[in-house]
Design a protein around this ligand. Structure first.
Ligand code: PLP
Length: 341
């Protein structure tokens, strides 16, 4: 496929096959050096560990063009480190940060035609992932693995501006204490599918998961962390061992403190106090921040003063500053932007 056929402004968030992907195999205790391939398919044993016991982890990051015409990625070292943490928790062999970054660079360079133009709002979404490949029938970790990265161009997350969404407090749990909520495992997403389909059927955009032990504290949604803004302009974000440490959320906390001079609190957040916040947003790579206008807790509505028409003013400032840093309009902290070409 040629990039000339892609209408960047009308791209959705779906899979479009690009020309090259990176593949490395783990066998006899070591990762091989990895290659780019044009083959977009995976052939596996019918008994592969990933197919039987879901031994798979993934990452997500974006490559995009900056104002001055470079192709860059945003803090990919943190994706590499997080994938190492995920691998360890699922008894998979870590893929080194150095090799991860090299693989990202190679995939982006080889598919440079698929990196959307600056200003289009579209990006090349990158999906690193790893899975157990050899036959496993007795329950144990696989001893052979494959690591891959492909890229797919995705459209601007919000077409025509970010409209606040409505979420519900969910009765299903996403993660257990001492479980796998803090790593990016496919199994966490498999678990959340029923809950999100049910939420959509009931007219909600997303689920707010509570801590499964007490069901009194805010955790996150299926794929994004929460930030709240207090009425006196502080940023508050939930602290918990069972939420996924979002790179976007960690970056926003830094930006709030160092660029906007805001106070930042990472602490337990009770569902009880959510009604007192002025603004709420969901953060993740895909949208950076999705504003939340309303949270419904079993019939009780929490409506944020920022309303249902636009992002709250502080959330907007955070959004503009972080996307400005990403796009090269605002100077980035040391090491945040990796220039590929
Ligand atoms: C990936 C993910 C996020 C967002 O993380 P980013 O690094 O900001 O993209 C949040 N929550 C969950 C459960 C995730 O899997």
């Amino acid at each position: 496929m040629s990039n000339k056929q892609i209408d960047w402004s009308n791209l959705g968030f779906g899979y479009i096959q690009t020309d090259f992907r990176y593949v490395s195999n783990y066998k006899d205790g070591a990762w091989d050096e990895g290659v780019l391939t044009g083959d977009a398919t995976v052939t596996l044993s019918e008994c592969a560990g990933v197919l039987q016991y879901a031994q798979t982890i993934f990452e997500g990051l974006k490559a995009y063009r900056t104002e001055d015409g470079h192709i860059v990625t945003f803090r990919p070292d943190l994706n590499a480190q997080r994938m190492i943490d995920s691998a360890k928790r699922l008894e998979m062999p870590p893929f080194s940060e150095e090799q991860f970054l090299d693989a990202v660079d190679k995939v982006v360079s080889a598919n440079a035609d698929f990196v959307p133009p600056y200003g289009s709002g579209a990006t090349l979404y990158l999906r690193p992932y790893m899975f157990g490949t050899n036959p496993v029938i007795g329950v144990k970790p696989a001893n052979e693995y494959q690591f891959r990265i492909f890229g797919t161009p995705v459209g601007p997350y919000f077409k025509g501006g970010a409209k606040p969404i409505t979420i519900r407090v969910c009765d299903f749990d996403r993660a257990a204490p001492h479980g796998t909520g803090h790593i990016k495992a496919g199994l966490n997403y498999a678990m959340s599918l029923h809950a999100i389909v049910d939420a959509h059927n009931q007219g909600y955009d997303e689920n707010m998961y509570l801590d499964s032990a007490t069901r009194t504290k805010v955790e996150e949604t299926g794929g994004a962390n929460f930030i709240f803004i207090t009425k006196d302009g502080k940023l508050v974000t939930p602290k918990s061992d069972t939420i996924l440490p979002s790179i976007t959320r960690r970056s926003l906390c830094y930006v709030a403190k160092e660029y906007l001079g805001m106070e930042v609190e990472e602490r337990e957040v009770c569902l009880e106090e959510v009604k007192d916040f002025a603004e709420c947003g969901l953060c993740g790579t895909a949208a950076v921040i999705s504003p939340v206008g309303k949270i419904v807790d079993h019939g009780t509505e929490i409506c944020f003063p920022s309303g249902m028409d636009e992002m709250g003013p502080v959330t907007k400032k955070l959004y503009d500053t972080l996307t400005g840093i990403q796009m090269g309009r605002i100077e980035a902290p040391e090491g945040w932007i990796r220039v590929i070409k």
